[in-house]
Write a protein of this length. Structure first.
Length: 220
């Protein structure tokens, strides 16, 4: 069984439900982000490597200080197929992602963006075709509300642990994080299960019963 190892191959063969099942199978049962985390455009697939940012909630604007300093450092350092992952602290207070960051990230080849906070400029981002997963939609700038305190550190985004370099996969069903240490095993299981699902589907389309096909392949 050939294991998909490149982002392009993973994008072309995998889907979120498949990876979620395989993460469950290796005992990683908390890798799917909660249902409130939705794609801005259901038609867009997000597949790439995490680059993390940890926000801290703030309640004032500090004169003479650029509140976007580390945020800009992260975006300007993005490599192709990377995905900024923003852990927003108090997600309902901030919309850290909009058209300008989407444009800068897209020009650097980023695969998309993920934040447990809100997103804004949604019509413009949809028109760009840039994949974004978010925890809500709101017009709220981070200035005076939140500030990035560290980048490329372990974070929890929507309750899921994320480390820079982890595989991020999102589609219309949701979003999962595949830890780098478990990636080979999860992708191997996913390739095997995908082949089994194709056989299962083929027999169901022949009119065979669900129980009969399950007893044969063990897949549902």
């Amino acid at each position: 069984m050939t294991i998909p190892r490149t982002i392009e191959t993973i994008r072309g063969t995998m889907f979120t439900a498949l990876l979620s099942d395989c993460l469950d199978a290796v005992g990683l049962r908390r890798q799917a982000m909660p249902s409130r985390m939705r794609p801005l455009d259901d038609a867009r697939l997000l597949v790439g490597r995490a680059r993390t940012a940890a926000f801290m909630e703030v309640f004032h604007v500090e004169p003479g200080v650029n509140p976007y300093e580390l945020e800009m450092d992260l975006i300007d350092s993005l490599l192709p197929d990377e995905v900024p992952v923003f852990a927003c602290g108090n997600p309902s207070r901030v919309a850290p992602w909009g058209e300008l960051l989407s444009t800068a990230a897209q020009m650097r080849g980023a695969a998309g963006a993920v934040m447990d906070g809100c997103v804004r400029d949604v019509r413009a981002i949809r028109a760009m075709g840039f994949p974004v997963f978010h925890g809500g939609i709101a017009p709220l700038d981070t200035r005076g509300r939140a500030r990035v305190m560290a980048i490329d550190v372990p974070v929890e985004c929507a309750g899921v642990a994320v480390v820079s370099g982890d595989l991020i996969f999102g589609d219309a069903d949701g979003l999962v994080v595949v830890p780098k240490a478990a990636e080979d095993e999860v992708l191997r299981l996913a390739a095997e299960k995908l082949a089994g699902e194709r056989d299962t589907l083929a027999e169901l389309r022949q009119g065979k019963s669900l129980r009969e096909v399950f007893d044969r392949f063990g897949i549902l």
